[in-house]
Each structure stands twice: as structure tokens, then as C-alpha cells.
Design a protein around this ligand. Structure first.
Ligand code: GTP
Ligand code: MG
Length: 195
């Protein structure tokens, strides 16, 4: 699946701009700067297909990428702190919440959590929203290269405890580094296995 074509489809700024719901999709949600766009680049092997940057609030639209003919990958704006005007941030946060609770073809939301920070209250808020709309979500830890292997277990314990409170959480946590490639093959296989 990931050896085939990947194309940018469109950037969406309002619910009525979403592409036809004619195939399944997965989305990448998480705090600003957690590494959503970088993960899409790593998964597709197309550096720069999703724009990443060190400035929180880089992705400001819902960006659709087609993966073969049967799937979309969806890069979302981040939540939490963003380096952008408040009115703009509020607009995209509303869109984000509408999208997460109202997209019929959304098969799984990947909720990205920075290995160094663990699950924060804003993440819990998004997880609660996914619970209430019955969207299965799976936690993906990012930037594994920034944390020593010996320190990872402590953060995983915190994340597991947080996930256990959320009925829509898929129990398996995927540890990734977009920089070094850890977990990328695992995540590709998970996405390819969704029907
Ligand atoms: P917003 O669009 O602003 O919400 O951010 P985002 O979640 O899309 O994050 P993005 O992919 O733009 O990455 C943010 C920063 O983290 C960039 O400087 C990336 O290079 C860096 N980054 C992302 N993934 C990794 C990783 O696995 N390891 C390391 N070391 N840095 C990473
Ligand atoms: Mg981004």
C-alpha cells in the first residue's frame, strides 16, 4: 500500500469542503508541534509532502492525502498552544472538533503524544470527544529518539493509565521516531490492515 502513489488532495477549511466520503480514512491528531506532519512524511516516504516546522501551529487546515485508491491520510491542525492569532486558532479548533466527531468514514484517529511529555489535559479532552463520538483512537508516541530507551517505560506507564479511562482507546501504543524510522513499519501495517 505504501509503495503505491501518495498525493496531496486538498486543504480543507470548513466541513463542507471535505472530499467525498467514498473511502476510509485515518487522521493524525495531537498537540501543536507533536510531529503529526513529520509522521505523515515518514509513513509515505515523501519528505515534505506534509509541511512540518518547528513553529507550533504550522498546519492550519485539514490536509488530505490519498494513499492508493482506497484510503485517505488526514493531517490535522494541532491543538493547544499555537503561534497564530487567537481568532484564527479558535476557528480551526472548532473545525477540528467537528471533523473528529462527524466524519463517517474516519476509521481510526491516531492521537500523537510526545515521548518527553506524556498525555496532557488537552489530550484527554480530545480523547473524551473521540469517546463520545465512538471513534476508535490509537496512541502513537512521537520523537522516541529524544528519550533514552531506559526512560520510556515510565512515560508508557503514564500513557497506559490515561488510556485505560477511555472506552474508545485501542490498547496498543506505537512508539515512533519520524527522524530515525522507529515504529514506522508497524504503523504502516496497522493502517494497511484497516478496512
Ligand atoms: P503543527 O502542524 O504545528 O500542529 O505541528 P505538527 O504536529 O505537524 O509537528 P511537525 O511535524 O511540524 O514537527 C514539529 C517539529 O518536531 C519539527 O521541528 C520536526 O522536525 C520535529 N519532529 C517531528 N518528529 C520528530 C521525531 O521523530 N524526532 C525528532 N527529533 N524531531 C521530530
Ligand atoms: Mg503539522
Amino acid at each position: 500500500l505504501f509503495a503505491g502513489p501518495v498525493d496531496f488532495v486538498k486543504g480543507v477549511v470548513a466541513m463542507d469542503g471535505l472530499p467525498d466520503a467514498d473511502r476510509i480514512e485515518v487522521c493524525f491528531a495531537g498537540r501543536s508541534n507533536v510531529g503529526k506532519s513529520s509522521l505523515i512524511n515518514a509513513l509515505t516516504g515523501r519528505k515534505g509532502i506534509a509541511r512540518a516546522s518547528n513553529t507550533p501551529g504550522r498546519t492550519q487546515e485539514i490536509n488530505y492525502f490519498s494513499l492508493g485508491e482506497e484510503r485517505f491520510l488526514v493531517d490535522l491542525p494541532g491543538y493547544g498552544y499555537a503561534n497564530a492569532p487567537l481568532a484564527v486558532v479558535e476557528k480551526w479548533q472548532r473545525l477540528l472538533k467537528r471533523y473528529l466527531s462527524g466524519r463517517q468514514t474516519l476509521r481510526r484517529a491516531f492521537v500523537l503524544v510526545d515521548c518527553r511529555h506524556g498525555v496532557k489535559p488537552v489530550d484527554e479532552e480530545i480523547m473524551a470527544l473521540l469517546d463520545s463520538s465512538a471513534v476508535t483512537f490509537q496512541c502513537v508516541m512521537t520523537k522516541a529518539d529524544k528519550v533514552k530507551e531506559s526512560d520510556r517505560e515510565a512515560i508508557l506507564t503514564q500513557v497506559r493509565a490515561a488510556l485505560s479511562k477511555h472506552p474508545a482507546a485501542f490498547p496498543e501504543i506505537v512508539m515512533t521516531s519520524s527522524e530515525k524510522g522507529d515504529g514506522i513499519a508497524t504503523l504502516r501495517a496497522i493502517i494497511a490492515g484497516l478496512v
